[in-house]
Design a binder for this molecule. Sequence first.
Ligand code: NAD
Length: 415
Amino acid sequence: MEKDNVCINCYNQIDKVAKILKLGQAELDILTIPKRILTFSYPVKLDAGDTRYFTGYRVQFNDARGPTKGGIRFHPEVNLEEIKTLAFLMTLKCAVVNLPYGGAKGGVMIEPKKFSEAELESVSRGYIRETYNFIGPRIDIPAPDVNTDAKIMAWMLDEYEKLEGKHTPAAITGKPISLLGSKARDYSTSMGGAFVLQEMVESLDMKPKKTTVAVQGFGNVGMNIARILHEWGYKVIAVSDSKSGIYNANGLSIKDVINHKEKTGKLAKFKGAKEISNEALLELKTDVLVPAALEDQIIKKNVNNVKAKLILEMANRPITPEADDVLLDKGIFVMPDILANAGGVVVSYFEWVQNSQNFYWAEQLVLDRLKIYMANAVKELSKVCENFKCDMRASLYVNAVKKILEAERLRGNLK
Ligand code: NAD
């Protein structure tokens, strides 16, 4: 088989699973070679009248279980290897939460802050024109990712529908509600994580009211999970963003913290809280630590100072593999990103279902169904952990890989 397109990072990531499941070369090839890779560049007329070319990618990694699904990011460091890895992780994530999807990811090399709204709209529309023949509700369904949001999805959908000549809302998810987005989509990642945490807390016989939580990152994911857990009675003792952190051992009123940040633009100087650095937040004595900002936050240098009992990975890859091994040795429970932050793609799936049926659900129904999907995935995970006697990350990978390979086998692509 042609191997030029193999995803090197994916190989490294399934190394452990390959040993556990005794995978052969044909299986490894299926799991590490993307099905389709699009690389393109396209011209955009800038406000000043000159033209600039942008480079874009779309990788559809594996579609054995259904149409591929994954976000589009706008970032100056977007590159093909990264997009392949993220598309591979989306394939696993969709399998872990039992969505009828494969995985994809896309991106444009752009520093969005340097462009006007009109220029960003042209970049978004251009991306859809370049990929139009390869995406669609039954092929590949894009969604927002880093630096892309509901407004960008609205432009993308509009461009798609112009080319299609028909209303096709299920072609893109993460849309504004008034363009047939789903209720609760904007905080679904955090709500999914909170449901997963609730399952873990119950299984460890911990009580929310007596459970302390520290959250790193106060953006969409961090702020919403801090808010939800506070509303559920958890004691959120610390939160931080890129500029500063705040701490109160007796718990912070997250509603007031949100108001304070909205008014002042920062967390600092919140009444009744001490300032705390991001480094110190990660090392706090807390029951639950929620990294919800960036990758590579718990690393070799600080892992031995981590005192949390339980870590919920809401950010993607916040723990490096070597730090992960140390946490395992220390007996700290880590709920990995591919399940902890899967709530967003679950509600994206609900959006696609609602668009396909042209029948729209109340917010509470979306949340009830999200809870069922997350709780089922946690139950499956516990079974795999027990059967294979391995840690949670390896178990999630084992579970996802088994489902993908089974679909490939049934399609006749594997012996
Ligand atoms: P965001 O841009 O809304 O928020 C990021 C937050 O992290 C901001 O508050 C920022 O100030 C803070 N931050 C940046 N650098 C920091 C630092 N060094 N220390 C502490 N805080 C820092 O992004 P988001 O959508 O909330 O995403 C956060 C993470 O969750 C990312 O890893 C993202 O890939 C992951 N994720 C997000 C979603 C989603 O639906 N938004 C879904 C799955 C995974």
